[in-house]
Design a protein around this ligand. Structure first.
Ligand code: WTA
Length: 663
């Protein structure tokens, strides 16, 4: 991964903490919160500092193991193995052991569909469904080690599918339902998945999205797929697209399935899942997560960061299972801890802008975990929507996915948390598997906008360009020791794993994030310093969008940058040079934006597209992204002395000012 020095300068300049944090208030845990909190002292930090391996072993002991591990951590940098020799099963830990302990009647999920249909699913019921579907997968020939792709909306079957895979030891690869058919095809092929689980559709703002139809359009190009399972959700007639022998309805399969499917004993280091995420190249990376360390750390972090009381909490992580947040904090962490969760299928504004608050009120949600982009959207909509509902059940709020600006933090704290609920800002990544940097709400004094400190057992340092630790001030966030839920590699490309994360600063994992340490040692994240954009908390790489653009027959060259956006954090701005003889027009710009949405998915549709005769390049031919970002954000252009032709920039700026930005 290449990080130009000017990128970190730009990242640092974009957030001068002193100016940004004019709020100045400190938020120590209140006496009321502390009186009920599971942890109010520094004992966990101390335990981890005095015996790091012993600390993680103690966390792993919270799970049920069929066989105990021989060693806690084998570290052959950059390759880690955790709980080596241990055997366990993730679905057993998430389901059976709670049922065996007499908690089968506890609600696992309150599920709410977008049209308003509801299901209450207990742990016993979930186990029953998982066993049925696990047997069904086996009957389709899926066995330990085979990959299963899952392309589903936020319906209970997505959780059932994930756990059924875990039960039989078949790694799953969940593909976000908002991704395009092309994106689905590429992910299926990279993983060589044997089975695809999808549905006739899913509901979004009252309309059905055609998931099976999307899938059917690419199945001729996915030679590894032997069977497709189709859940009925929207009732769309898809039978005409189904191919006999290959495609099966979910309900037909489970009706005839063996209701008993014993959990496969898995090695701690067996692959649990793949999850594709955008890196700095056009090709998404299949991030590998394994069994024992991952489950240990998601359960640990879920318990302590969210001050969990499994018998009484109602935990709502309002993410989608298509992203890592859903994997770790809708499915694996909460279920391992035996807690009750909420799952919602649709958007926050359907049928009205108070849908979330209605859900909080109905299920007496105690803990809400969401992204800053959602909070900023709620700010825009106005306080009347949350104010119309009883939100007094809430006791803790969480934020994830991008830096939270202090204004949004304070708004969340006041208007959603009623001034009672700590707001935990949690930093982590698809690659880290679990939250690494966050407060402990009964212990840590909060500063709005800061993710505060590494969790117990996590060792992080901010370093400068030369890899020297920065005690105070800005730099790059690195991790100096392995952690149980860390990625084990990039599927099919171990060298890329080393190169991407471990070469920029030898001996350190480099996350790609800029961060700053303030005078009290608090960490402040300032955004990515590489070519990864963060749009509404979703990672999209500039190169991925660029390659989608140049894939269009009219495009000669393109450069894409993430420009600041008040609501979505960043918005995608594309600069495009057309091939000779092709005329630029507003209509053509729309066609290109749509083309990107078709290639990748609607989340990658550029917010603005600017045609330009040439792109600004250094004398060595490198596109000057910082400059384009300045243009896109309307900033003064500063030093352009390394530019091959300064006139190009003036021309681009003129065009940027006259190009329409779309919604
Ligand atoms: C960003 C999402 C600031 C960061 C869990 C990281 C954050 C990327 C925070 C990972 C936070 C996530 N504060 N930035 N609390 N949480 N990020 O893989 O840039 O989708 O590298 O995982 O999101 O995104 P990913």
């Amino acid at each position: 991964m290449s990080v130009a020095p000017d990128d970190i300068e730009a990242a640092k300049a974009s957030v001068a903490i002193e100016d940004y944090y004019h709020e100045g208030r400190l938020f120590p845990p209140s006496e009321t919160f502390k009186a009920q909190a599971i942890l109010t002292d520094r004992s966990l930090y101390e335990a981890a500092a005095s015996d790091w391996e012993g600390f993680w072993a103690e966390q792993a002991e919270q799970l049920d193991w069929f066989e105990r591990w021989r060693s806690v951590c084998d570290w052959d940098q950059p390759f880690a193995k955790w709980f080596v020799g241990g055997k366990l099963n993730v679905s057993y830990n998430c389901l059976d052991r709670h049922v065996l302990a007499g908690n089968g009647g506890r609600v696992a999920y309150y599920w709410e569909g977008e049209p308003g249909d509801r299901r209450v699913i207990t742990y016993s019921e979930l186990l029953d469904e998982v066993e049925h579907f696990a047997s069904a997968l086996r009957s389709l020939g899926v066995s330990k080690g085979d990959r299963v792709a899952i392309y589903l909306p936020m319906i209970p079957e997505i959780v059932v599918s994930m756990l059924a895979c875990a039960r039989i030891g078949a790694p799953h690869s969940v593909v976000f339902g908002g991704f395009s058919p092309d994106a689905l095809r590429d992910r299926i092929n990279d993983a060589a998945a044997k089975v695809l689980v999808t549905s006739d559709g899913g509901w979004r703002r009252g309309a059905a999205t055609p998931l099976f139809e999307n899938a059917a359009s690419i199945l001729a190009e996915t030679p590894s797929i032997e069977h497709v399972v189709v859940v009925r959700r929207t009732g769309e007639d898809v039978s005409g697209l189904m191919r006999a022998g290959r495609d099966h309805f979910w309900h037909d399969l489970v009706a005839g399935a063996n209701p008993h499917c014993p959990p496969e004993p898995m090695d701690a280091e067996d692959l649990l899942y793949l999850l594709y995420t955008s890196g700095t190249t056009a090709k998404p990376k299949g991030i590998m997560h394994t069994t024992g360390g991952y489950l240990t750390q998601v359960a640990f972090s879920h318990r302590y960061v969210f001050d969990l009381r499994p018998e009484s909490d109602v935990f709502w992580c309002a993410a989608d299972c298509g992203w890592v947040t859903g994997h770790s904090y809708i499915v694996y962490g909460p279920l391992a801890n035996g807690c009750t969760g909420v799952m919602y299928e649709g958007t926050p504004d359907f049928p009205a802008k108070d849908r979330w608050w209605e859900i909080v009120e109905r299920y007496r949600v105690t803990t809400l975990y969401t992204a800053p982009t959602a909070i900023r959207t709620f700010i825009k909509w106005g306080t009347e929507y949350p104010a119309a509902h009883d939100l007094t059940s809430l006791r803790l709020l969480g934020s994830v996915g991008e830096p939270i600006n202090p204004e949004a933090w304070v708004w969340y704290w006041e208007n959603i948390g009623g001034g009672r609920c700590p707001v935990v800002d949690t930093w982590w990544q698809t690659e880290t598997g679990a939250i690494l940097i966050a407060p402990l709400p009964g212990v840590t004094t909060l500063k709005p906008g800061s993710a505060t400190f590494p969790l117990p057992g996590i060792e992080a340092e901010v370093v400068d360009d030369a890899g020297r630790q920065v005690e105070r001030g800005g730099g790059y966030l690195t991790l100096t020791r392995p952690w149980p839920a860390m990625l084990r590699g990039i599927y099919g490309d171990l060298e890329r794993y080393r190169e991407t994360y471990w070469t920029r600063f030898p001996g350190r994992y480099f996350a790609g994030d800029g961060a700053k340490v303030d005078d009290d040692g608090y960490l402040w994240f300032v955004g990515r310093v590489d070519d990864v954009m963060n749009i509404s908390g979703h990672r999209i790489s500039t190169t991925e969008v660029e390659s989608a653009l140049v894939d269009h027959p009219s495009v000669a060259e393109s450069a894409v940058v993430g420009a600041k956006d008040e609501t979505t954090g960043q918005g995608i701005v594309a600069f495009v040079t057309l091939k000779a003889g092709i005329k630029a027009s507003a209509e053509h710009a729309r066609e290109l934006r749509d083309h990107v949405a078709r290639r990748i998915g609607p989340i990658a549709r550029p917010k603005a597209l600017i045609f330009t005769e040439e792109l600004p390049k250094t004398r060595s031919g490198k596109i000057m992204r910082r400059l384009l970002r300045d243009v896109a954000e309307g900033r003064d252009l500063g030093d352009t002395t390394t530019l091959a032709d300064a006139g190009v920039v003036e021309e681009i700026r003129r065009r940027a000012q006259t190009s329409p930005t779309e919604d």
